[in-house]
Design a binder for this molecule. Structure first.
Ligand SMILES: [Zn+2]
Length: 200
């Protein structure tokens, strides 16, 4: 009797494990799978000015999954979102370096999207392959974002977290990947970085 019961139970347990595995797999694919090009957010005006496809700033390579959001600063005090977008665009001619980001947030809180979200940007080294990059403008050498930029960053990051089912643990600084002092103010002031994460 005991033996027969065991034999009957085993296939059921096996099937349950298979179903669980399928469920977890489906959840993983559906939450991180990425096919978004132009991104829109309520209460935020995002201009879509996609770069020309070129090897220096928009490779056109697919970004199949989004596992994180990386925050940067432009390191160019007083420059506008448009200036930085045009700098990325001009790299196709100047060929001086490889650089770009999905979004640039300007000094008036304006947002320009330069790269479709289903393509990689050249901003975050070995995390280009699975993250969204956001560059932020800043008025001076301290790298601190003004109130307008900060507020747009909060709205944009919250929205992306929601879209890609991420938590604040998935929001990182360029510094956390390579040790580069970027975004400078949030590297110099760890407490302000934690404060920002706590508002998300
Ligand atoms: Zn950076």
């Amino acid at each position: 009797m005991i033996k027969r019961k065991k034999l009957k139970k085993k296939p059921i347990i096996f099937m349950l494990i298979i179903l669980l595995a399928i469920g977890v797999g489906t959840y993983y694919i559906s939450t991180s799978y990425n096919d978004i090009e132009e991104y829109q957010v309520d209460n935020l005006s995002i201009q879509h000015q996609f770069l020309t496809v070129n090897p220096y700033s928009r490779s056109g390579k697919t970004l199949p999954r989004v596992n994180g959001i990386v925050i940067h600063y432009t390191a160019n005090p007083g420059s506008t979102a448009q200036n930085n977008r045009d700098y990325f665009e001009n790299l196709k001619d100047t060929k001086t370096t490889s650089a770009s980001s999905h979004f640039i947030i300007g000094l008036n809180g304006e947002v320009i999207q330069c790269i479709p979200l289903n393509e990689v940007a050249y901003a975050s080294n070995n995390r280009n392959r699975d993250t969204i990059a956001i560059e932020c403008c800043h008025p001076d050498e301290s790298g601190q974002f003004n109130e307008e930029t900060y507020q747009s960053l909060q709205i944009l990051v919250r929205s992306l977290m929601n879209t890609y089912h991420l938590t604040s643990n998935d929001v990182i600084r360029h510094y956390d990947i390579t040790g580069k002092i970027c975004p400078k103010y949030f590297v110099d002031h760890e407490d302000k970085w934690q404060e920002f994460l706590n508002t998300l």
